[in-house]
Design a protein around this ligand. Structure first.
Ligand SMILES: Nc1nc2c(c(=O)[nH]1)N[C@H]1C(S)=C(S)[C@@H](COP(=O)(O)O)O[C@H]1N2
Ligand SMILES: [Mo]
Length: 253
């Protein structure tokens, strides 16, 4: 009972602190005041959210709940020639580079990735722009890839490097999560959506699923994975393409 009350109070604080995170994105990110607000609220949100959720699973749905169309968003068809060549050959020449602060760097084919311990889950994707979709994802557990490459003791984050140069800036899309999130059972390198090979629009050949966070964390078109001690020297230094433009790094739902 007392515990329930505490959880309720924490949830209320979260809602107050985090409400702004969930309301719109492009429009609001242009306002400096909003960006400052996001940054102030962020450490508090992350601590509270971690305290509330621990290693809890994101809600999973049934096949009856799957959205008829999983709306593609952001980049949906990368045009750079390296990606186009891979796509033209159905990604047969694709290699996932895994390196950085690891004992055993890897260069994996899609067959290698499909041979890793996998998971299938039906989850809801929430985009800050105000839409959601439910889809069934199948992919390699990121924890299994970490077991393979063996992160060094000083590795803190997993960085995902994407094929696309996005937005007006034409800067590379990238994302990062910490090792706790990376080892979560629902964190996947997904290669199937709704039982079919991942479409290009949704990130072929490989995209991240981090089910307890917002859509922009779920890097599509992953070309390389790097274990790092800090992301301060990558991109704009805030851990992701949208984070460099003011969004929260821990985008808990
Ligand atoms: N490489 C890359 N990953 C990306 C994006 C992008 O533009 N490029 N957009 C992000 C955003 S904002 C969302 S909501 C989801 C959209 O995934 P979907 O296209 O499968 O709906 O991908 C995320 N990952
Ligand atoms: Mo999004």
């Amino acid at each position: 009972m007392a515990n329930n009350k505490r959880r309720h109070a924490l949830k209320m604080m979260l809602a107050l602190g985090g409400g702004a995170l969930l309301s719109g994105c492009d429009r609001l990110s242009r306002s400096d005041r909003f960006v400052r607000l996001l940054n102030t609220a962020e450490p508090l949100n992350e601590k509270l959210q971690r305290a509330l959720t621990g290693s809890a699973l994101a809600r999973e749905y049934t096949t009856a709940d799957i959205s008829p169309v999983f709306r593609p968003n952001g980049e949906t068809d990368p045009q750079n020639s390296a990606y186009r060549q891979l796509a033209a050959n159905q990604f047969a020449d694709y290699r996932l580079e895994v390196g950085g602060r690891v004992q055993a760097p890897q260069r994996l084919t899609l067959a290698d990735i499909r041979a890793l311990p996998a998971r299938t889950q039906i989850t809801r994707h929430d985009c800050v722009e105000g839409w959601s979709a439910i889809g069934q994802w199948t992919g390699a557990r990121l924890a299994a890839l970490l077991d393979l490459v063996q992160p060094m003791g000083d590795a803190n984050y997993v960085v995902f490097r994407c094929a696309d140069l996005w937005g007006r800036s034409q800067e590379p899309y990238y994302e990062s999560i910490d090792l706790e999130e990376a080892r979560h059972p629902q964190t996947l390198l997904a290669y199937e959506l709704n039982g079919a090979p991942l479409p290009i629009a949704n990130g072929a050949p490989l995209r991240l699923r981090v089910e307890r966070q917002l859509g922009y964390k779920m890097a599509k078109y992953i070309m390389a994975i790097e274990l790092v001690n800090s992301f301060a020297h990558i991109g704009g230094g805030r851990g992701g393409y949208w984070e460099d433009r003011g969004y929260a790094w821990y985008a808990g739902i």
